[in-house]
Ligand binder design. Structure first.
Ligand code: IVH
Length: 672
């Protein structure tokens, strides 16, 4: 008896909870639990009601649809009730649905289904009298909805007049929605205005349609798709759902693309395909597929229950959102030195995968979403995307303090920096372990220090085995140990040692590029090396000495200064110098004459005695700007053997051409 009392108490409590959630969802447009959690509560109530075997009151959430209309709007009675749909969450439940229909329809009946995406929006009923829109109402409790006619008239997809010859009285049922691009734009605008953003497109659509002022609705870019007819269905020349959708389209109403299938295998395959990929190709959110028995005569034969027809079912996808608790918020250093806030979560299943942490993107997002340790949060995992926190639901009792922006890098302890105008917080220490591999790969690359043989695989192993913990370690590799590794023969080691040795005297510009200073690409490195005769002079340069260089702006200058003012970087440079890394100041450093300054030169063809790179370097040292194509602005083309189109073009344009045979004398003259 006591147990029975417990069961009843739980039933009553579940009904109360579900009614409260219905109100938050349908009336306030602000649900506090995810759809999946709601579905789970409803299912539990359904099970317990069956188990208890007591009469079920007609107002139980298992028997009702939505919520009664809010008093903010005039109530409108639907001519034909607007039902909801039963849900299926697995292939087995779909098989049961298919079996049930076949049994109801009698032995050997053919069942064909029309499959439509299940839009995550809000259902509306449009009443057309003699083809003219006279009323638009929300679904409400299925019997009565809220009058939103003035607002619905502002939606471009909803025609004021239907095409063709519709029945004199016609109820069109469909879904009002907001697509994702519109939702993103709207929330961006709202944030800019200091208004609270909408939690998801469904709430945004509901909040936008259920407005007092139609002008607000008009500006929200809502969309509409029709999928059913209430009153007037019998007068429509269609014998099945497929025919109805085509007819609706003919009236000028937008309908979604539909598919057909007839067996459980086809059903399973379709669901898998939509859930995996197709759903993400739509610009709006869908939360499942609706399977409808195609034939209207068959629909009639199987009929309906209190809240939903028996001839249709919504196959819900695994929810992409779930709620859980934030255990902690930490900062993760990415390979490029950007610090990202990450929330450690109590494990939760989202879209079939257990999620234990989610990204908060950056400090601005973290502040905007106001996520704090201990909060309950909504987590989303859509497609292949990394799980993210959609919003915080706060917590009962006192919340923790909002996390601060980190002042030091969690991986190396260096001071972090946030450049003005940038959202990213960074660690500029190139020896930071989190960034080390990336930095090493860049450092040894061909355009940088050009250490041939130190490829990705070898570097990864060196870092993994702790032999390389900073760039400097590249110049004190334990060769005898490396020689024991598989594939590292004597010859290979000798070549590698030589490449490492040779890299110690690369030109300054290459060394500067190799350091991986933010915004300092090869061209900027060249400009810096051309202006400063030594690394020491560059390190000491004030911002305005940097911005005085052509092509270096404020942000780049600041990044250079930040880099050199990081003590860990300065120590590394000293260490490298101690290991014999002495970048060579290119001929034509700051003090050398620059007779080709401002001249645009193109080199083409093979030039005897010169590698292309060496010649270009020499020309740059003399101040020339090198370009890869010939135009009227080109000052000189240096043409070697097999020069082709560029030489022809130079002749056409009357640009001076220097034959490579004359190059040595010409260079000598320039350098004199
Ligand atoms: S047919 C009697 N088709 O899902 C059947 N409903 O959970 C009427 N929905 O109330 C509904 N897309 O708001 C149908 N293609 C679609 C749908 C769809 C979304 C909504 C509709 C319905 C709810 C049931």
């Amino acid at each position: 008896m006591a147990e029975r009392g417990g069961l009843e108490r739980e039933i009553i409590e579940l009904r109360r909870q579900l009614q409260e959630h219905n109100h938050r969802y349908y009336i306030d447009d602000a649900p506090t639990i995810s759809d999946a959690e709601y579905d789970a509560l409803l299912r539990r109530l359904q099970r317990l009601e069956t188990e208890a075997g007591l009469p079920i009151p007609p107002d139980s959430p298992t028997q009702t649809v939505g919520a009664p209309p809010s008093t903010r709007f005039t109530p409108r009675r639907h001519k034909v009730a607007m039902l909801s749909l039963e849900n299926a969450f697995s292939d087995a439940e779909m098989a049961a649905f298919d079996r049930r229909l076949r049994t109801l329809l009698g032995d050997g009946a053919d069942c064909e289904y029309v499959v439509e995406p299940k839009i995550d929006g809000l259902a509306v009923n449009l009443t057309y009298i003699d083809g003219r829109l006279v009323c638009a109402a929300t679904r409400g409790d299925g019997t009565q909805g809220e009058d939103v006619t003035a607002n619905a008239r502002t939606i471009a997809d909803i025609p004021w007049r239907l095409r063709g010859e519709p029945p004199p009285e016609l109820e069109i049922r469909g879904e009002v929605l907001m697509d994702r691009p519109t939702f993103t734009r709207l929330n961006r605008e709202r944030r800019a205005e200091g208004a609270a953003p909408f939690a998801n497109p469904r709430n945004a659509a509901a909040g936008s349609l259920r407005q007092r002022d139609p002008r607000v609705t008009a500006g929200r870019g809502l969309r509409f798709f029709a999928y059913a007819v209430g009153a007037g269905l019998e007068a429509i020349p269609a014998a099945n759902q497929e025919g109805l959708l085509a007819w609706l389209r003919g009236c000028g109403l937008p309908v979604q693309p539909w598919q057909k299938c007839a067996t459980i295998d086809e059903i399973v395959a379709l669901v898998a395909r939509w859930e995996r990929e197709l759903r993400h190709s739509l610009p709006y959110d869908i939360d499942g597929l609706v399977f409808k028995l195609n034939d209207f005569a068959q629909q009639q034969r199987v009929g309906a229950l209190a809240r939903a027809p028996r001839w249709a079912i919504a196959r819900k996808f695994a929810a992409e959102e779930a709620t859980t608790r934030v255990a902690a918020i930490r900062w993760q250093v990415g390979r490029t030195g950007v610090l990202t806030p990450v929330a450690d979560l109590d494990p939760v299943a989202v879209a079939g995968v257990t999620v234990t942490h989610a990204t908060l993107h950056n400090i601005d997002e973290l502040r905007r979403k106001d996520v704090r340790p201990g909060d309950r949060v909504v987590v989303r995992r859509a497609g292949e995307v990394i799980p993210e926190i959609v919003r915080s639901l706060g917590r009962e009792g006192t919340r923790a303090e909002p996390p601060d922006a980190p002042e030091t890098c969690p991986a190396c302890g260096a001071r972090t920096r946030r450049a003005t105008g940038e959202v990213a917080i960074r660690c500029d220490n190139i020896s930071c372990p989190a960034q080390l591999l990336q930095h090493c790969r860049h450092f040894v690359s061909r355009e940088a220090m050009d250490i041939d043989g130190l490829g990705r695989k070898l570097l990864t192993r060196l870092v993994d085995e702790g032999m390389v913990t900073s760039i400097a370690d590249l110049y004190r590799l334990p060769w005898s140990r490396i020689a024991e590794w598989e594939g590292m023969g004597e010859k290979k080691i000798a070549n590698l040692r030589q490449a490492v040795e040779a890299s110690k005297s690369r030109p300054l510009e290459r060394f500067l590029f190799a350091l991986g200073i933010r915004h300092v690409g090869a061209a900027t490195a060249r400009a810096l090396a051309g202006r400063f005769p030594s690394l020491e002079r560059l390190q000491a340069a004030p911002i305005d000495a940097l911005t005085a260089i052509d092509g270096i702006g404020e942000a780049v200058a600041r990044a250079i200064r930040d880099f050199f003012s990081e003590p860990r970087n300065r120590r590394l440079l000293d260490e490298l110098a101690g290991l014999g890394v002495r970048p060579q100041v290119a001929e034509g450093g700051a003090d050398a004459p620059r007779p080709l300054a401002g001249r645009r030169i193109v080199v083409t063809g093979t030039i005897e005695g010169w590698s292309r790179r060496a010649l270009e370097q020499r020309l740059r040292a003399l101040g020339a700007a090198l370009s890869s194509s010939v135009s009227a602005r080109t000052d000189l083309v240096i043409a070697g053997e097999r020069a082709g189109g560029k030489l022809t073009r130079a002749r056409e344009l009357g640009v001076s051409v220097l034959n490579s045979a004359d190059l040595p004398n010409w260079l000598e003259a320039m350098e004199d």
